[in-house]
Design a protein around this ligand. Sequence first.
Ligand SMILES: NC(=O)c1ccc[n+]([C@@H]2O[C@H](COP(=O)([O-])OP(=O)(O)OC[C@H]3O[C@@H](n4cnc5c(N)ncnc54)[C@H](OP(=O)(O)O)[C@@H]3O)[C@@H](O)[C@H]2O)c1
Length: 214
Amino acid sequence: MNIGVLGTGIVGQTIGSKLVQLGHHVMMGSRDAANPKAIRWAKAEGPRASFGTFANAASFGEIIFNCTLGSVSLDALRQAGAANMKGKVLIDTSNPLDYSTDAWSLTVSNTDSLGEQIQREFPNTLVVKSLNTMNCNIMVDPRKLSEKTDVFVSGNDVEAKATVVMILRDWFGWRSVIDLGDITTSRGVEMFVLLWHNLRNVVSSPRFNIRIVS
Ligand SMILES: NC(=O)c1ccc[n+]([C@@H]2O[C@H](COP(=O)([O-])OP(=O)(O)OC[C@H]3O[C@@H](n4cnc5c(N)ncnc54)[C@H](OP(=O)(O)O)[C@@H]3O)[C@@H](O)[C@H]2O)c1
């Protein structure tokens, strides 16, 4: 498939590389059509990897990953363009962390979430929140962990979520995918990032994840 990855950070690079290794064609999007990180990434990944603006990558992708800084994801997606994302599944990996203060906090929480804000602003895009509850190395390779753990999906469109579940299971190797419900369930998984950061201070590695036991 042709896949657009919006974001040149570690998440965009890790997901983009995994998708290229799986045989897909991936365009990495940035504010700058010639972002040095995107150029280096594409060069390292070979002919199936390319780069461009957020709009170029969104237009290129049959499926789009949002891997942009959560506090400004809406701006990045506006640059990607509603028309370029119309009717497409957007997998939103972002967390709305507020880096303007020393304490960990979110730019939106409790009664709203970034996932919902994105879905409201782009009603013709099929937003599925997923993968934001773990380190990016685990996102694309859950078998790095010693035991089976869980990943979540949140979204309004049942078929879009089924597509994302297929990607998680068949492409990334997840064995347990929990459908939390509609896009409002993004609130919980986004607020979890605060606990994730507390855990990061006491767990020796970022490679850990949630496992639901009942
Ligand atoms: N790191 C992890 O393992 C992890 C795990 C779970 C979730 N997440 C979430 O995944 C997302 C990506 O994280 P990351 O660490 O890879 O990268 P990041 O540093 O959070 O975001 C990098 C991307 O954000 C874009 N960006 C920055 N400022 C912008 C602005 N003012 N307007 C538009 N776009 C802007 C950058 O654009 P340019 O390319 O133009 O510079 C770049 O593509 C974040 O929301 C993060 O919370 C990360």
